[in-house]
Design a protein around this ligand. Structure first.
Ligand SMILES: NC(=O)c1ccc[n+]([C@@H]2O[C@H](COP(=O)([O-])OP(=O)(O)OC[C@H]3O[C@@H](n4cnc5c(N)ncnc54)[C@H](OP(=O)(O)O)[C@@H]3O)[C@@H](O)[C@H]2O)c1
Length: 277
């Protein structure tokens, strides 16, 4: 039996049962990935989680140690706000929680700072995005100095429970933040504009919303399922002298392509700035 198989029966611990922690919990339970224990300090949130999910929910690192009863978890996921991450690491270490490996999803918290809070522990840092809440996330993960292939396999299995994951060097996570981290907001803005445009040309708002949402879903599925490049799919729906060509000319004249390049660059630069501060 390999190390990964042996540890697969040990629970995954998620610290922080907020939006992202719960998304990971739901994904892991749906995937049948084995037991999960959540550490959540807010009592009201603990009762919500207990009634919604079949997982053990505890209130502190000390309670986690009692719950584990000396058996190490497969690893610990940190899903608290970035500002709480250092305190949570200190709490886990202080309570002597066994830490075979730690995956942090806290935006902007570097591997160096996690490694200094968790001396000797293999650490992986990831940047997921909000569609993880519906199991359609896009995450990138970066390995710390001590993380080996078993640690990365473990982290990948967790992130894949809520979508797709790529492995990259840590310095690429700012670019990931600019593209897929902030990307859902760009798409929501496009959706808003499509709905308003539908109203402009005479559709009711509910009909316009229904058609715009399905157009986004259908186009995204075509991209994902055909494996075709966006440019080929666009050419395939653009007849010579037709309606789509007229619409695309207006989008190009309005600078859509340039605006998207600027948006991803600006968000990437802002992520770098926040990381430095
Ligand atoms: N939401 C996203 O789209 C997204 C995308 C990428 C990355 N992330 C990262 O994911 C992390 C979680 O985000 P979120 O939106 O899920 O935050 P959230 O809803 O605030 O959830 C964090 C939870 O952790 C709890 N908590 C704080 N300190 C704790 C401790 N010592 N022990 C146990 N529980 C503790 C908080 O309780 P209290 O409220 O009582 O403090 C809260 O319920 C963040 O670091 C964020 O950067 C989020």
């Amino acid at each position: 039996m390999t190390e990964t198989q042996q540890s697969s029966k040990a629970p995954v611990v998620i610290v922080g049962g907020g939006r992202m922690g719960d998304a990971l919990l739901a994904g892991l339970l749906n995937a049948g990935a084995g037991p999960v224990v959540v550490v959540e300090k807010d009592p009201a949130r603990r009762s919500e989680l207990s009634s919604a999910r079949s997982a053990a929910i505890v209130g502190s690192a000390d309670e986690l140690v009692s719950h584990l009863g000396g058996d190490p978890p497969s690893g610990v996921v940190l899903a608290v706000k970035p500002a709480d991450t250092a305190a949570v690491c200190a709490e886990l270490v202080g309570a002597k929680v066994p830490l075979p490996r730690v995956l942090s999803i806290a935006a902007g918290v570097t591997l160096a700072s996690l490694e200094s809070s968790l001396a000797g522990v293999p650490v992986i840092r990831a940047m997921p995005n909000t569609p993880a809440l519906v199991g359609a996330g896009a995450s990138a993960m970066a390995a710390g100095h001590r993380a080996g292939s078993a640690d990365l396999d473990w982290a990948k299995q967790i992130l894949e429970a809520v979508g797709v994951v790529v492995e990259l060097p840590e310095h690429s996570l700012d670019a990931v933040t600019g593209l897929s981290g902030s990307g859902p907001a760009y798409v929501f803005l496009l959706a808003e504009a499509l709905v308003d445009a539908g109203v402009l040309v005479g559709l009711s708002r509910p009909v316009s919303l229904q058609l715009a949402v399905q157009t986004l879903i259908g186009s995204a599925r075509m991209l994902a399922e055909t494996g075709e490049e966006p440019v080929s799919l666009r050419a395939a729906v653009t007849s010579p002298g037709g309606t789509t060509a007229a619409g695309l000319r207006a989008l190009e004249a309005g600078g859509l392509r340039h605006a998207v390049l600027e948006a991803v660059s600006a968000a990437t630069e802002r992520s770098r700035e926040l990381g430095r501060s």
